[in-house]
Design a protein around this ligand. Sequence first.
Ligand code: AMP
Length: 212
Amino acid sequence: MKCYAFLGIQGSGKGTQADKLSSFLGFKHINIGDLLRINIKLQTPIGIEANKIIQKGELVSDEMVFSLIDATTGITEKGIIFDGFPRTIAQAENLLNEYNLLQVFYLDLNEQSAIERISARRICPNCHENYNMFSQPPIVIGFCDKCNIRLEIRQDDKPNAMHKRFEQFYNQTQPLTKLFESHGLLTVVNASQPVENIFEQILAVIKRFDNE
Ligand code: AMP
């Protein structure tokens, strides 16, 4: 199965770019964090276990991640856009061994900018739509455009959990860029640019794979 993956620190805009690319290519967008939040809301066994881990800002197990991916992908998929996967070496090896990985986009953003973006992030507890109070505000401040429910700060966007997540990112995820680079599969994009400029650079890269 063809796929692209997005790596980057929290707040680097992986979700936004993955969403745009999946619409453009007609590929399925898989965001593990969103799948976990749906499970938490539905209080499934996975959700109950994941909730405690996520609130502490830690990573859930590789096995849990693989089973979520298996449960959401089918053979009829045209391709997959992974967003926030891989985050560990075992996940990176799974991606290299089990998929036709065309390219990994590393959205490069410094920590200070990431903190500013995350602090402005809000989520609808009902439909999980993401907002940013500066760059993507809701029509009525503080309320979801679709559900009219009060927006919340994600538990794991609160300072303690956020710093733990940064630590995980630097220790486990950022080093994966070297692995993908050694396979000739890495594109680094400056994530402090406007959304459309970033997307143009991504499109310029994926044109190479039109016929694959
Ligand atoms: P995110 O919305 O991508 O920031 O993910 C929220 C949380 O879900 C993370 O802090 C982790 O606890 C968990 N998570 C998301 N993706 C992964 C992954 N690939 N591996 C392990 N845990 C993950």
